[in-house]
Design a protein around this ligand. Structure first.
Ligand code: CU
Length: 154
């Protein structure tokens, strides 16, 4: 539905630096209300594989689940979770009501396989997030330096 809008929104949040603030929009209880922020991909060292990170915020009163991810720039995208230092494919990840699902370095992340081209710093990778309740959200993921970490990271 509003894929383009979500992409534009993600860009706006990135430009303004920090999302979370008291907005005038009342939560629609019983419905998830998702937005994406802080999306980035560290420039991969590999030609074909890369990891990606982002934060999904749910302002709504119902949870949602990230069920799959697709990209026009990769053959396959999977969601990985890190447990005990090892990563494995996650079936689906919950975005809690009035909460966040954070994909970050060292934790849950997106894994891109079979990239159609090598992402260059300053470029973007297109990603579509598919949710159980909310449909699809399009995100333009900026490619950062290989060693980039967001300010809140360690
Ligand atoms: Cu992984």
């Amino acid at each position: 539905m509003a894929g383009g809008l979500a992409g534009a929104l993600a860009g706006t949040l990135l430009l303004s630096g920090c999302g979370g603030s008291a907005s005038g929009t009342p939560a629609h209880d019983g419905r998830p209300e998702l937005s994406v922020s802080s999306a980035y991909m560290p420039r991969p060292v590999s030609d074909s594989m890369a990891a990606g990170f982002l934060t999904i915020t749910n302002k709504g009163g119902a949870e949602d689940r990230l069920t799959s991810v697709t990209s026009a720039d990769a053959k396959k995208v999977t969601v990985h979770e890190t447990t005990g230092g090892a990563m494995r494919e996650a079936g689906s990840l919950t975005v809690p009501a009035h909460g966040r699902l954070v994909l970050e370095s060292g934790g849950n992340h997106l894994m891109f396989d079979g990239l159609t081209h090598r992402p260059e710093q300053g470029g973007t990778i297109s990603v579509v997030l598919h949710f159980a309740e909310s449909g699809s959200l399009s995100v333009e993921m900026p490619v950062k330096s290989a060693t980039y970490h967001p300010a809140t990271g360690h």
